[in-house]
Design a protein around this ligand. Structure first.
Ligand code: 5GP
Ligand code: ZN
Length: 172
């Protein structure tokens, strides 16, 4: 029991497990939670400090260490998953439920007018930490930031109908 929360064994013993793996090699009897190389896993496990604002059974939320605005929150699944597409449905649901739960309070706590909520999904999009995380960034009128539309130069080449048909074929 740490801070009133029951952590599973591997979260309470991350340093010990990492040492054991470095010394003996990866254990054949369990799957490593990859906590040694992933900074967000280490924050989830309590190994690296962070300004945590919510702890839930499947999700942890903490302040971004280099905030884009006051109140910039990151919400992460406890389980290490790199991309949104790899999330288990229950983990995805828990992640978005926490986004819902925090969006209002973050806005209220900072006296913000709105929030930009986003995910960089994949290295090509600028994702620097390969552990899924949702950004909630408080926004104010004339805060100097743009909307999601401002990050794209709109270099489209294909007609909407053709693109929609291509996606529908894969969605099935
Ligand atoms: P990305 O570019 O991957 O979508 O965003 C990663 C975010 O994680 C960045 O905004 C960055 O400031 C934040 N970040 C990176 N390392 C740490 C850390 O050690 N602690 C915290 N709290 N945030 C981090
Ligand atoms: Zn991780």
């Amino acid at each position: 029991m740490v801070g009133g929360v029951n952590y599973p064994f591997w979260e309470r013993n991350i340093t010990w497990i990492a040492w054991l793996e470095l010394t003996l090699g990866p254990s054949p009897v369990y799957v490593s939670p990859m906590t040694t190389s992933c900074i967000f896993c280490r924050i989830v496990g309590g190994e690296v400090p962070a300004e945590v604002v919510a702890r839930e059974p499947e999700v942890v939320a903490f302040l971004d260490v280099q905030p884009l605005a006051d109140g910039h929150v990151l919400i992460v699944p406890r389980a290490h998953v790199a991309a949104v597409e790899e999330l288990e449905p229950a983990a995805a649901a828990a992640l978005f439920q926490t986004v819902l739960r925090l969006a209002g309070p973050v806005r209220e706590a900072l006296g913000a007018a709105g929030t930009t909520i986003g995910i960089n999904n994949g290295a090509a999009t600028g994702q620097t930490i390969p552990h899924v995380h949702v950004h909630i960034v408080p926004r104010w009128p004339d805060d100097g930031a743009g909307s999601i539309h401002t990050i794209f130069p709109r270099r489209t080449r294909r007609p909407l109908g053709e693109v929609a048909a291509a996606i529908r074929r894969v969605v099935g």
